[in-house]
Design a protein around this ligand. Structure first.
Ligand SMILES: C[S@@+](CC[C@H](N)C(=O)[O-])C[C@H]1O[C@@H](n2cnc3c(N)ncnc32)[C@H](O)[C@@H]1O
Length: 196
């Protein structure tokens, strides 16, 4: 991972998912980034690759999935999902990280199945996602929770490295070799849609 960027490959205005599905677009250059819309809510710290693999497997990610990583960093969750046949969307406010993500997708030859967007994760329509991956902060998870319940379909999975979702009881808790020692998996259920 962390392949160096030999040319400006960041996607500012990414291809729509339908185009990705048709294999017509991917992690390729469009317009270079200008100024991030605002500063990030949490600093970058990558999820260890082994933990990424554990969580992507636990969410049973496969070719029918669309995986969104909200605050994607170097794109490792999205790339791991795409390697399992899924399509992926990564969102981050740090444009340098998005350059890495794009380079990583190219290096792993999954660039036709992913896209990266430089935007605030709270503005993302999560409707197309069947899996959402997170490594943020407790208060950000709590702010996201109503949006996850509202926008995701029943059966969609949410995984979070390190931080829980308040009183939303997870389906599974993982003991992982990270600073915070824990990761979580939830599934959207009909009662969440009613409560949204
Ligand atoms: C702890 S890192 C996790 C990176 C990656 N998901 C992983 O697990 O390796 C959090 C990321 O969220 C991004 N971020 C923070 N606030 C954001 C926001 N409001 N919108 C989009 N990205 C944000 C940061 O730039 C950072 O890359």
């Amino acid at each position: 991972m962390h392949a160096s960027v030999k040319r400006r490959t960041f996607i500012a205005a990414a291809a729509p998912l339908a185009a990705l599905a048709a294999g017509r677009a991917g992690a390729q250059a469009t317009q270079p980034p200008c100024v991030p819309p605002r500063t990030a809510d949490v600093v970058y710290e990558p999820t260890p690759l082994g933990v990424v693999d554990t969580l992507v497997a636990a969410a049973n990610v496969g070719a029918r999935d669309v995986v969104y990583d909200l605050g994607c960093g170097d794109g490792r969750f999205v790339v791991a999902a795409a390697r399992r046949g899924a399509m992926g969307v990564g969102v981050d406010l740090n444009y340098k990280l998005l350059e890495w993500a794009t380079a990583n997708a190219l290096a792993e030859r999954v660039d036709t199945r992913v896209r990266f967007e430089g935007r605030d994760l709270f503005t993302v329509d999560m409707g197309p996602a069947s899996v959402v991956t997170l490594y943020l902060l407790p208060e950000l998870n709590l702010r996201l929770r109503p949006k996850l319940w509202k926008e995701l379909a029943v059966g969609a999975r949410v995984v979070s490295n390190a931080f829980d979702m308040g009183d939303w009881v997870p389906d599974r808790v993982f003991d992982v070799p990270t600073r915070y020692r824990r990761a979580f998996l939830w599934t959207i259920k009909p009662e969440h849609k009613k409560a949204a």
